[in-house]
Design a protein around this ligand. Sequence first.
Ligand SMILES: [Zn+2]
Length: 391
Amino acid sequence: MKRTQSIVPVTVERELGRYSSGERGPLLVVTAGLHGNEPGGVHALRRVFATLAERQPRVRGEFVALAGNRWGLARDTRFHDEDMNRLWTADQVRALRERAPERDHSEHSEQRELLAAIEGLLATERERVSLLDLHSTSGGGPPFTVMGDTLQNREIAFELGVPVLLGLEENIEGTLIEYVGGLGHVAVVLEGGQNQDPRTIDNHESAVWITLVSAGLLTREQVPDYEAHRARLRAAADGLPHVVEVLHRHDIEPEHETCFRMIPGLRSFQSIEKGRLLAHSGECAEQQVLAPFSGVLLMPRYQQKGLDGFFMGRSIEPFWLRISAAMRRMHLERVVSLLPGVKLEARNGNVIAVDPKVARFFTVEFFHLLGYRKKVERERKLVFSRRNDRL
Ligand SMILES: [Zn+2]
């Protein structure tokens, strides 16, 4: 396996590479650089396509890699006008379609091109569609994945052998995986490590090879050093929790974006005691930001841009994940909906409305087990929603 010594800004085409043997089968789309200051994924994909070109393995279906924020990648800048990984709510995508392209700001036009590329790929019928979105973080820390908790996402994410973050979509709106997952496809983020750390490229490369296998395009035997790729990610995640549920996002006010300062030296997955000083925020960073509970720190912001200060979560035992998979296969939500004050709102059971008087008998965790993540209040009901499991 190759290693890179430094990470430099890159000028790239929208389509970073495409590989197929003309056989029908699954589609794997890998995106990289949705944030322009995260070029590691682009370098990793270049290595993978170079190896594929050299070895010419026979692949089922098609593998396509796409660049995210090309303007930002060329300048090693996260974004120009707006975070490109917060633009994918249904409303924003509708607004994009209705808006004249001349009125796009920088990330809107990037999004317009990326959306056209993705829709072009989805226009062909595929056995299965999976998206792996490669990212990296400004602070140090190990690789991990982020996904909406559907059973088919679990298959791809858990294969990577790094911690899996659940529930981030309850705290962040408009990510690309939310959009693609909402179309019913597999959609997983890999955070490969620190933005400028050469090991991030290695981690991304390993993740792409492993996903080419788990998404059904290649067999293990066709991947050079498959076991070494697995071992690399496992080693990077050694000693960390398998699954962490995100429970808190520190939201930075837009007017305080440049003032926010994390306490130096904090890392993702570090255990934090309740009340520990984590950051300074406010107009001139005069407010102290303390840990709201004891748990695991995630993605502390050590860059100048962005409104996510940090996240905190708690680890979940693998036992509960197996229970939750069984509950969903049994469609336990149908039983729950027989209770007074609980109503399934969608025929597929993906939206459930609960009378708040009844809801206090259930914990939010209970609905999480059934795969419901988003909670909103509507007409004096608590409404939980989830994505499709393919059972
Ligand atoms: Zn990112």
